[in-house]
Design a protein around this ligand. Structure first.
Ligand SMILES: NC(=O)c1ccc[n+]([C@@H]2O[C@H](COP(=O)([O-])OP(=O)(O)OC[C@H]3O[C@@H](n4cnc5c(N)ncnc54)[C@H](OP(=O)(O)O)[C@@H]3O)[C@@H](O)[C@H]2O)c1
Length: 291
């Protein structure tokens, strides 16, 4: 486990799911934390729990990252006040599972503001500060869906493809300045994400096959902070999902067109997409099997 004592880590979307788990594991490494999301009560609870458990200072900054000026405000309350951020985890994000034209436009715009625009601005602002100091780590949470177009997750998948692409390019540009940029690309993880996405997106048996946030976050941080590794993109399908897809490959492909549930059709499409992309990008993708 990396030793982050004396370092500061900023986690967006820390009020639940992967972001909350990032906060816990980074605190376990000794990092001072700055946590942000909209739900202040949840952030406050973490702000009490983590100093007790790990003896690290925690600052909470309740913010709606889709609001004008929010990323700049986040920069101002950290770097602007003399608190350098050594590790940035751009984790906040959401999806909407529905046909593109049926999603209210405001919801789509909000999604792009959060998943794409705010993430880009935070990477730009904190990346510049890290480059000036000659070091730092940025982990952008993309998705398995960022490897291929996904019907019914159209803007989500497109946005995550952007995150993956931006991260890969920034990783090249910032490597010589000592700044490591990674994209974390989980497949399904058991978090509130699926409730927010709606439509019972991952109910029943699918929910049971989702990866645990603890394992996804541990692997993501290991890759981000492992000094000896040079890969820029982390691809992390949940092992169970992967094995099920492998086992079902032939029977599923035979009846693919008759599958009525969009989620299953999407999974199948994503599977083909990711294998194809993997062949193209294999030198830059690191696969971490999650038990
Ligand atoms: N779960 C999966 O299967 C999965 C798979 C691949 C990638 N991902 C990605 O993983 C990341 C974390 O998602 P999760 O699975 O942990 O879902 P989650 O439990 O729903 O967490 C999403 C986080 O984003 C925050 N957030 C949402 N809207 C926000 C806004 N406008 N301003 C600031 N913060 C906002 C939420 O906090 P508030 O509501 O308190 O603001 C929450 O803390 C996302 O980028 C998601 O796309 C998830």
């Amino acid at each position: 486990m990396a030793d982050l004592r004396g370092k500061t880590a900023l986690v967006t979307g820390a009020s639940s799911g992967l972001g909350r788990e990032f906060a816990v594991q980074l605190a376990g490494m000794g990092a001072e934390l700055v946590l942000t999301a909209r739900r202040e009560d949840r952030l406050d609870a973490l702000g009490r729990e983590l100093p007790d458990r790990f003896g690290v200072p925690v600052t909470v900054v309740p913010l709606d990252l889709t609001a004008d000026g929010a990323p700049a405000a986040l920069f101002e309350v950290t770097e602007g006040r003399g608190q350098p951020v050594d590790v940035l985890v751009n984790n906040a994000g959401f999806a909407t599972l529905a046909p593109f034209l049926d999603i209210p436009l405001e919801r789509t715009v909000d999604q792009l503001r959060l998943n794409v625009v705010a993430l880009s601005e935070l990477t730009w602002r904190f990346g510049r500060a890290m480059r000036a100091r000659g070091g730092g780590h940025i982990l952008n949470v993309a998705s398995f869906a960022g490897f291929t177009p996904v019907p019914y997750f159209a803007t989500y998948a497109a946005g995550k493809a952007y995150v993956r692409s931006l991260s890969e390019a920034a990783a090249h540009e910032l490597a010589s300045a000592g700044v490591r940029v990674c994209a974390l690309c989980p497949s399904g993880v058991a978090t509130e994400f699926w409730d927010v996405a709606g439509d019972g997106a991952a109910g029943g048996g699918v929910q049971a096959a989702l990866a645990r946030p603890e394992a996804v976050v541990a692997a993501g941080l290991r890759i981000l902070l492992m000094a000896s590794l040079t890969m820029r993109v982390a691809l992390m399908p949940g092992l169970v999902v992967f094995l099920v897809l492998m086992l079902l490959q032939y029977p599923l492909s035979a009846c693919f067109r008759f599958i009525k549930k969009p989620f299953l059709r999407n999974l199948w499409g994503m599977f083909f997409g990711v294998v194809f992309q993997y062949l193209l990008y294999r030198e830059q993708i690191f696969i971490w099997w999650i038990p």
